[in-house]
Structure formats: C-alpha cells, structure tokens
Design a protein around this ligand. Sequence first.
Ligand code: FMN
Length: 352
Amino acid sequence: MAGNSYGTLYKVTTFGESHGEALGGIIDGCPPGIQLDFEAIEVDMARRKPGQSAIVTQRKEPDAVQFLSGIFEGKTTGTPIGFIIPNTNQKSDDYSHIKDNYRPSHADYVYDQKYGFRDYRGGGRSSARETASRVVAGAIAKQMLPEIKINAYVSSVGPIHLETPYQELDFSKIESNPVRCPDEKSAAIMEEYIRDIRKQGDTVGGVVTCVIQNVPVGLGEPVFDKLHAELGKAMLSINAVKGFEYGSGFSGSEMKGSEHNDLYNPDGSTKTNLSGGIQGGISNGMDIYFRVAFKPVATIMQTQDSLDNKGNITPMTGKGRHDPCVVPRAVPIVEAMAAIVLADFYLINKTY
Ligand SMILES: Cc1cc2nc3c(=O)[nH]c(=O)nc-3n(C[C@H](O)[C@H](O)[C@H](O)COP(=O)(O)O)c2cc1C
C-alpha cells in the first residue's frame, strides 16, 4: 500500500495492523549523535496507549518499543532507525461481525472497494493503533529539536469548551487529569461528560489545541510546502480528524484588516499574533498555534444500520473495546505529528 511514509528529509514510514503481530516504523534521515532519552519516548507512548484511564478504550497494550537499528550506545548513528511495537492483546476480540459488514462512518467499506480485500480485525490498517509508530517518530523528532516546546491539550469535549486563551493556561497541568485539559475545573466537567456518553454506549468528539514555542524564523517553504499546509496535512492524516485551523482560523474571516493585522515591534516580533506564527508559509518566530477537530468515533455500543457486502442494509451493534472520546489519547499524536513536520523543515533549512 502506498502512502505509508511522511516527510522529505526526516522520513517516517509506518507499518502494521491493529491485530497483526506488531506495529512498527522506520525513521530515515535522523541526524547522527543524538543522545536519546528513552524514558521520554516511553512517557509519550504511555500518554497514547489504550487502557490508561477509565475514559479511554480498555484494550490492554503495554506499547513497549523495541529498537532494531540506527542506535548505538544510546545515540542515533545516522542510519535508519527501525523499531517494532508488538501487539500483545490482539487475539482477544471477535471481529467476525465486521468481516462482511461495513460499519457506518468507519473505513471498512472504502478499504474493501479500493483493495478488494481487508484485514478486518479491529479495523486493520485503518485502526488508530498505527499512530503508536508516529508517537515514537515524534518523540525522537522532539529530541532533535530540544529548544522547541510543543504542548497540546484538550480544549473541548462535545459541547464543553475551554475558552481561556492558551497564554493564560499552565501547561504543567495538562497531565494532571485523564482528559488532558489544563483547566482542572473544565477537565472535571469534560470527564463526567465522557463517562456519561460511555454509559449511553455512545461516543463524542472534541478539539485538541497545540502550541509550539521557540520556533526559529524561517521554517517552511514559500509556495506549495508552506509550514501551515504541511501542519494541516499532518494533522488531517490522523484518524478521525475532521477539521484544522491555525492562528485566527475561521474566526479571522469575520474580522477587518485593521483589527487582524499583527503590528511589528522593532525586533521583528509582533504585538499580537492572529497570524499564528506563520506568514507566507514561513515561521516568523512567534508562537505557532492551531486547533484540530476530532469527530465522535464510529463504533458505538448501540444498534445502527450497517451495509453488508451483498448490498443489504442490516442492523449492527458495536462490539469490542473502543474509545468513547479520542481526544485525551490524541494529544500526544498531535504533538508527534507537529514534531515530525518541524524536524523535516529544520533539516530542509540546513540544506540552504
Ligand atoms: C486515538 C484514537 C483512537 C481511536 N479509537 C477508535 C475506536 O476505539 N473505535 C473507532 O471506531 N474508531 C476509533 N478511532 C477512529 C478511527 O480510527 C477512524 O474513524 C477510522 O480510521 C476512519 O477514519 P476517518 O474517521 O478519519 O474517516 C480512533 C482514532 C484515534 C485518533
């Protein structure tokens, strides 16, 4: 299958299915000599892994990464970094109900139409288990760019919104609750809401906000490979993502130029930052911030009509262990994809 790689110079390829032997990946282009902090990689993996709290899927996977190449005495060698993440809990679920049936709003139908055959167990390649490999590649990319700070957090769950601007939030609180919302009051309401939705056998969407600080001026290419275009592609490549906006986003379209313009300070920084840290596709040194909208995922524990592969509409009830709301687990995935994009542009910049 094509389309399993991302990046030009920091090139990440992933492989694996939800219920296969293992997931894994190859990172090609990582510079030599980076002393890796393996604990930091494990921390990010633990933030994504299933079973981490009562408000995510209860599948139990340790998501332990085994590095196979490209690292010697704890340092990157500059050769491809190969790794696997064994699937240890892959045999416990019965997915025979989706063998010949297509869940509404999942990828079953399009995979069958495109390839004529699919590994239906747990969604196969379309499962967000694939994102575990991205988190490994992102954790290494973060270590390549230690001066750049990437913080993502949950800013809404269904109808519950955290309206506080990111500048007034304490990012050290993001990990203080299972929702990953830095405002503890909002987090408690969001958690309650997710628990309630789960009890109803339903799912709910949400928004992850990401803030990237200390980005040097000059990352991003001027025409097609604009920094925000690549961030948008990276975020929209994450499962269940339905929207991306950066800076003032859609709300900027309602403003006047006199309100929206970011006026300069003598050092080139700007007094406001409605542009979201990118101008003309190139980072301008201000904070980059964007929002990623996730849908309520498809598998619900209620009965809905599905389509079978003979063209019959038949009722189906979700089975197995699923996420009632994916945003708490999506936070490290958003950070990982942001880090991969920045690492790629950082290396591209060095070729000038
Ligand atoms: C962290 C994460 C966990 C997910 N968990 C589930 C899940 O438990 N059940 C489900 O039906 N979809 C889940 N999804 C979403 C599916 O992977 C996704 O909807 C599917 O691949 C179809 O792609 P699309 O929604 O982007 O069109 C999850 C997505 C993410 C990011």
